[in-house]
Design a binder for this molecule. Structure first.
Ligand SMILES: Cc1cc2nc3c(=O)[nH]c(=O)nc-3n(C[C@H](O)[C@H](O)[C@H](O)COP(=O)(O)OP(=O)(O)OC[C@H]3O[C@@H](n4cnc5c(N)ncnc54)[C@H](O)[C@@H]3O)c2cc1C
Length: 327
């Protein structure tokens, strides 16, 4: 059977593995100590923080079909917050997502989705792939020098800028991928002893240094500690990516207090996470990066406009192209 190595165990790597597993022997390599990538959840004290993806949509039939077993088993549930849009400190739109298109979350954390997908797969965690070379077949080397060989195909699912360092120079899509930009983001996580009374549980924020504020504890299964998750704007993160984390945290805390009109500096748990490659700068393009001669491929949310559904669609489209031409 064809042997395939997939680098990265975020949603696109895990989806690729599931969609390929009837056609090939699939092995995943993940640098972090767990699967999930940007669908991670942090647990601290009694609080749950989805510090990457906040929720996701399922607009296409293939993604709906893929999610159905997870919905049926309760790993995914609908999140129905009161939703607002802020223009700086002014609320300019309000909706209840219970009456809108479904937004889904993993239960009890976003990473429940990816952990459930990983259950039946062969994943090597704590394994950062640092080089790929062609011997008789493809061989991967991790940062400790350990080799993994005998692969017919290599599929990278890491963020676009990291593909360029990882994939061999012979990969025919290098130039196209080098034109794809990804933007940074900071996530502020705040845990409180007392609930705050707010006009919303989910808020997009425009025209300031924030882009999003959520009552993370309003999502299903996370009710045991009032928690806010706040994202910076991409502009702020791109400008301040190398600044001191403490300074950034203080700024995002005061911005949050200013926007919602409540002092959040008294939170009893505070931390911040920086994402170098959070999202695409361009959302309306789609690509399939398949190199049939070299038996190399790349996919990821950045091939399909970013976002969780884009990560799945990228995997789905790549595997469809491989099934038509390879298997
Ligand atoms: C702050 C933030 C908020 C977001 N909000 C939303 C939202 O509300 N809704 C939405 O739909 N999307 C959101 N997104 C985007 C969403 O999280 C991503 O689109 C999706 O999770 C990407 O999945 P992926 O598998 O393509 O990439 P990733 O999740 O980044 O997976 C890539 C994996 O590759 C691993 N890796 C990298 N290099 C190596 C290496 N050398 N060796 C081994 N492993 C490696 C990484 O550790 C990672 O696990 C958000 C993202 C961020 C950061």
């Amino acid at each position: 059977m064809t042997k395939v190595a997939i680098i990265g165990a975020g949603l696109s790597g895990l989806s690729t593995a599931h969609l390929l597993k009837d056609y090939a022997k699939v092995f995943l390599f993940e640098k972090a100590r767990g699967v999930s990538g940007r669908m991670s959840t942090r647990r601290a004290e009694t609080y749950f923080f989805d510090h990457g993806a906040q929720y996701f949509t399922a607009r296409t039939q293939p993604f709906k079909d893929f999610l159905l077993p997870l919905l049926n088993s309760g790993v995914i549930k609908r999140w129905n917050p009161r939703y607002v849009i802020y223009d700086d400190i002014e609320i300019i739109e309000q909706k209840n997502w219970a009456n809108d298109e479904p937004r889904y979350v993993g239960v009890p954390g976003m990473n429940a989705v990816t952990q459930s997908l990983a259950d039946s797969l062969n994943v090597s965690i704590n394994t950062k792939i640092s080089s790929i070379q062609r011997k008789n077949k493809w061989e991967l080397k991790d940062e400790t020098g350990r080799c993994y060989d005998g692969f017919d195909w290599i599929i990278s699912t890491v963020p676009a800028p990291q593909v360029l360092n990882l994939m061999p120079k012979s990969f025919i899509h290098h130039d196209k991928i080098s034109a794809i930009k990804m933007l940074a983001s900071f996530t502020l996580m705040l845990g409180f002893k007392e609930e705050l009374t707010l006009d919303f549980e989910a808020a997009h924020v425009t025209n300031c240094d924030l882009s999003w504020i959520a009552v993370n504890s309003s999502k299903p299964g996370r009710e045991n500690g009032f928690a806010l998750t706040v994202h910076s704007s991409a502009d702020y993160a791109e400008t301040h990516i190398n600044d001191e984390r403490e300074e950034i945290m203080q700024h995002l805390i005061s911005e949050t207090s200013r926007i919602i009109g409540k002092d959040v500096s008294k939170a009893n748990f505070k931390t911040i996470h920086g994402w170098r490659y959070a999202n695409n700068d361009v959302r309306n393009k789609s690509f399939v990066f398949l190199d049939l001669n070299n038996k190399l491929a790349a996919c990821g949310d950045w091939c399909f406009g970013g976002r969780v559904e884009g990560a799945f669609t990228s995997a789905y489209t790549l595997v469809k192209a491989m099934r038509e031409s390879v298997f």
